[in-house]
Design a protein around this ligand. Structure first.
Ligand code: ADP
Length: 458
């Protein structure tokens, strides 16, 4: 049997099965109890009739003829040895005589069916009197008792399917109620991520197993939040600590280069050292930016995304000109949001800088701001560079992830540019995505699916 993975369904099936088995056992019990009771009633009637006839045989043998015609015993036959003595009118009419002519009456009592398909319960008794041995047989029709039993069976057969449907429905409802706290916990837990560790699961008012579970999870989230916070502080503190000695190294190198007495070989060495120092300074600055975006300690003020993009396009147009590239900026909408302008500007700067860096000379880079079909505002940078292979698309926004280490380092990359884009856009409530451009190259998008701040143009 295939395993049902839905707990609610499994619970309702178990509950339904248990209830149906109980109802079935209960119904069968009632059926057999009523059957025994009704048979017991007929048997006691038969016993009474036998006693009446035996008493007639002993005290009033002539009265038997009257009894055979008028009752109250209706179906009976008395034989003296093998010779028929008295046969009641109803016995004759019922066809019982033909059926029981053989004389074998065992088991006693038992049920027989006549040629007319009528059911009778019969019981016999031997009555010895003087040197005679009388065989008395009495019968009672069973149809009334059969009708009662059949009606009972019909009621049970009608109740069973109704009880199956009802118990499944009730089981499903009960399971839903029982599992409701789990659904609430699951929904909340889905929302909790590394960026959202301050959120907690609903504990509820009652002190039960579910609230215990939620409490344990909440304690774990607290510890995780603590560890994440310490990690964030560590990278922020480490970057700060590195900044000062790096600046010192740079100024020492620069001072040394200005010295006339320095030999040309030494100049080259100091130059390379300064280049590496610059890269380290860039990495440290990027790490500081990242920890600032992560800590959500951004200083936000109303800023219009279109203007930020225009600034970035203007700022980097010099770099594009060097490669004879053309930047086309199309702006069909505007969105003002509470933003840390430096952080968001840095995100767009990284995107456009990458587009310029990785696109060939004399190519066109398209920057656009528009509303998509869902009504979200999209800031998009589309280049005609080599594109990102599908296998790398998932990880391209990870910290220090580079496609081609050597080439990227050559171009001055730290491998942190896109992770800053992601952290900055997400810190402003947006999402980032990457797609291949139809004509080759990549399209990076920052999507903000909320509306303008009140009282701003749109
Ligand atoms: P870096 O600062 O080294 O450029 P990023 O995080 O900005 O680091 O980019 C990570 C990697 O993604 C880079 O090594 C580069 O190979 C690739 N990449 C980024 N942008 C583009 C692009 N527009 N076209 C092609 N490759 C890109």
């Amino acid at each position: 049997m295939p395993r049902i993975s839905n707990v609610r369904l499994r619970f309702s099936l178990l509950y339904g099965t248990a209830l149906v088995v109980t109802v079935a056992l209960f119904s069968a019990g009632i059926y057999f109890f009523v059957q025994r009771m009704l048979i017991g009633q007929i048997n006691s009637h038969l016993n009474k009739d036998l006693t009446t006839i035996a008493s007639y045989l002993r005290h009033d043998p002539d009265g038997l003829q009257k009894l055979a015609k008028m009752g109250p015993v209706h179906h009976f036959r008395v034989r003296d040895g093998n010779r028929p003595l008295v046969i009641s009118t109803e016995w004759e009419q019922s066809g019982l005589d033909l059926l029981l002519d053989g004389g074998n009456l065992a088991p006693n009592p038992r049920s027989v069916r006549t040629a007319e398909k009528r059911l009778y319960r019969i019981q016999s008794q031997l009555v010895p009197l003087g040197d005679h041995l009388y065989q008395v047989v009495v019968a009672h029709e069973e149809s009334g008792y059969r009708r009662t039993l059949n009606t009972l069976a019909l009621i049970i057969l009608l109740i069973l399917p109704v009880s199956i449907v009802l118990s499944l429905a009730v089981g499903y409802l009960i399971a839903g109620r029982v599992l409701a706290p789990i659904t609430a916990i699951t929904n909340k837990a889905k929302e909790i991520s590394a960026e959202n560790l301050a959120a907690r699961l609903p504990v509820g008012d009652e002190n039960n197993e579910f609230s215990q579970l939620a409490l344990i999870f909440n304690q774990t989230f607290s510890r995780l939040e603590d560890s994440f916070e310490r990690l964030r502080r560590f990278s922020s503190d480490a970057s700060h600590e590195l900044r000062t000695p790096l600046t010192a190294i740079r100024s020492i190198g620069e001072t040394a280069l200005q010295q006339q007495a320095v030999a040309p070989e030494c100049r080259e060495t100091i130059g390379s050292m300064l280049e590496e120092t610059d890269r380290l300074v860039q990495t440290v600055e990027s790490l500081l930016l990242l920890s600032r975006a992560d800590s959500s300690a951004l200083q936000k003020e109303p800023a219009e995304i279109g203007n930020l993009l225009a600034d970035v396009v203007e700022f980097l147009s010099v770099l594009a000109e060097e490669k004879q590239q053309q930047i086309l900026y199309e702006r069909s909408t505007a969105l003002t949001i509470p933003a840390d302008p430096c952080m968001l500007r840095r995100a767009f700067l990284n995107l456009l800088d990458n587009a310029i860096k990785y696109s060939p000379e004399q190519s066109v880079i398209k920057v656009s701001l528009y509303r998509n079909a869902d009504g979200a505002t999209v800031a998009e940078v589309a280049d005609s560079g080599p594109g990102i292979p599908n296998d790398d698309k998932e990880r391209i926004f990870d910290r220090f992830y580079r496609l081609d280490n050597g080439r990227s380092r050559e171009k001055g990359g730290t491998g942190l540019g896109l992770s800053i884009v992601k952290a900055a856009v997400e810190a402003h409530g947006g999402t980032v995505s990457l797609e291949d451009a139809p004509a080759g190259g990549s399209v990076f998008r920052a999507v903000f699916s909320f509306s303008d701040l009140p009282n701003t143009h749109s």
